[in-house]
Design a protein around this ligand. Sequence first.
Ligand SMILES: C[S@@+](CC[C@H](N)C(=O)[O-])C[C@H]1O[C@@H](n2cnc3c(N)ncnc32)[C@H](O)[C@@H]1O
Length: 242
Amino acid sequence: MSSDKADFVNAGVESFEASRLGRKDHWDSVYDREISNFKETGDIGEVWFGESAASKMVSWVRSNIGDTSARILDVGCGNGHLLLELADDGFTNLTGTDYSPQAIELAQSIAASRGFGNAITLIEQDFLNPAEVARVAAKERFDVVLDKGTYDAICLKPKGNGAADVDQAAIDTYPLSVVGSLNDAGVFLITSCNWTEDELVARFAKHLECTGRVKHSSFRFGGAVGQTVATVAFKKRRTLDS
Ligand SMILES: C[S@@+](CC[C@H](N)C(=O)[O-])C[C@H]1O[C@@H](n2cnc3c(N)ncnc32)[C@H](O)[C@@H]1O
C-alpha cells in the first residue's frame, strides 16, 4: 500500500485530523511526479481504491444511465482513469475537473494517447469555489456527477496552514457544489474509503436523497461485518419551491 493510501485508510473518523491529502500542493507534487512517470514509462499512475471500485461505478452508470451521450462529470478526476473506463464503455460526453493543473495535464496526455481526446474534456476547477462550479456548469448542468476519493481528500483539508483541524466550511460547501453541478433530474454517485454508506447518506441528507447503494466485497472482523469502500447514489432533494 502506498503511503498516501495508508494515510487515507488511517484517517479514521475517530482520529479525524487534517492531512497532506487535503492540500493542493501535495496533489500538485504527486501529479508532477506522475507526469514524468507517464512520459518515461507510459504508466498512468495510481488507480484509487483499485480497478474493482472503478468498474463498479462504470457498471452502475451503464445500468442506470441509458444514454451514452449523457453529460457526465468526474470531480477531482486525477489521472482520468474513471473517465477512460467510461469512454471505453461508449460514453461520449465526459468532463473531468481537478484543482491541480498537473492532474489536468496528466489526464489530457493520457486521454489523447488513448484516442479519447474528443470524448473527454478536462478543466481545471476548484470544486469548493462556487464561481468555478458555476463556470463549469454554465453551458449545461450535468446528468451525472461522479466522485471517487475526492470528498475523502476534501474531508482532510486543513483549516489553515499547518492546522490539525479540518476545514469544516469546505466540507459543508461540497454538497452545494454537487447540487450546483447537477441538472434537476441528475444523479450523483460517490465512492469513499473514509465514510460508510450510512455516514455518506447522513452527511448529504440535507441536499441529496439516497437512491441506491452499490455492493462491495465485505470482511468480517470480531463478529462485525465491514467494507473497505462504500459507493452510494443520490438524486437532488426536492425543495418546497422546486
Ligand atoms: C484520492 S485522489 C482521487 C483521484 C481520482 N478521483 C481517482 O479516483 O483516481 C483525490 C483527488 O481530488 C482532487 N481534489 C482535492 N480537492 C479538490 C478540490 N477542492 N477541487 C477539485 N479537485 C480536488 C485532488 O487533486 C486529487 O486528484
